[in-house]
Design a protein around this ligand. Sequence first.
Ligand code: TYD
Length: 208
Amino acid sequence: MKRGLFISIEGPDGSGKSTQIKLIKEFLNDIGMDAILTREPGGTVISEKIRQIILDKEHIEMDPMTEALLYAASRAQHVAEVIKPGLQSGKTVICDRFVDSSIAYQGYGRHLGDAVRIINEYAVAGCMPDITFLLKVDPSVGKDRIKEEEQDRLENEKLDFHNTVFKGYLELEEIYKDRIIGIDATKNIDEISNQIVSHINNILKVKD
Ligand code: TYD
């Protein structure tokens, strides 16, 4: 059995990931591919519990390293329980955020640097996306798209934090040119979706 395609979607808060993920799933279903849609932090019972601890607005005292380790712990369970078995059974896995989120938010945003990449090497256990779409939108625009009362602990952070995260994403796009595809997320929904679908089509041709 051939390993399935692993797609991750990244971007600042409010970059429109959810809309695009739904469209990717529809496209894959239309061409007869079995796709699992999942998200981070979350995707398993244990990981969703860890998610609640991380994103709880009352946990203002959370140490940055605790935060990074919790995201990594949630990811380790997600990889072991959902992503790896899914890919091994030939399914396509679409993941809303993955390891690049940790590097951008905790590595850059929380200034933990390379420690985040290292702990996540253990968490992903060699299971990396084949392709990552980075939806690029200025963080001030992204933040405005989310109502204040609906913002979680991370979304609640100051614009400075989100700007540093975004800078991190842009550096990752440079470093991992072969994997990360930057998409202008200020374009309209159909234009963005067409661009994503055409990249997926290309990668499916190469994989065949
Ligand atoms: P979520 O509600 O899933 O936000 P979004 O819809 O924007 O993906 O919340 C996840 C938050 O956690 C988001 O602000 C990004 C942050 N995050 C990290 O800081 N590190 C990580 O490794 C992951 C996966 C998410």
